[in-house]
Design a binder for this molecule. Structure first.
Ligand SMILES: [Zn+2]
Length: 144
């Protein structure tokens, strides 16, 4: 997902308002804009059903860092990439389900020779009773 916040930031960074005193862009301002972009994309992924109008929300967070003349362009960039991020997030499988919407099951085979039906842990795909198989795999991978 970070490609979306980076893409937004890449386009917005050159537009960040210059300091009226020194005439240069303050790194602190750019860092703030980047953090806001990352937070918005992060929230789209983790909380998208409760995140109303993400583009409007991010734009409101960062608009004061841009000159008046850039506001429309800033909003266009923000809504373009957040739309893409939303489509992308909507295509991702739910936690515990595969890309077809079927529940994930443990990768192990039981002693009876049937596939284990228990819910796997996300980091290795094995249920708690079959964790030792993941450890064996790691050892084999190191040996190979
Ligand atoms: Zn299992």
């Amino acid at each position: 997902m970070y490609q979306f916040s980076r893409a937004i930031y890449r386009e917005l960074a050159p537009m960040v308002a210059r300091s009226p005193v020194h005439g240069e862009v303050r790194p602190r301002d750019q860092a703030h804009v980047l953090r806001c972009c990352e937070a918005a994309v992060e929230r789209l992924v983790t909380d998208r059903h409760y995140f109303a109008r993400p583009a409007r929300s991010l734009f409101n967070d960062i608009r004061s860092y841009f000159p008046m003349g850039s506001q429309i362009q800033v909003f266009r960039v923000v809504s373009h990439y957040l739309d893409l991020a939303q489509e992308f997030a909507a295509r991702q499988p739910r936690a515990g389900y595969d890309a077809n919407g079927d529940p994930l099951v443990c990768r192990a085979t039981t002693r009876k020779g049937t596939p284990c039906q228990r819910t796997p842990l996300p980091h290795n795909g094995y249920c708690p009773s079959h964790q030792h198989l993941a450890a064996t795999e790691d050892t084999e991978a190191i040996a190979a």
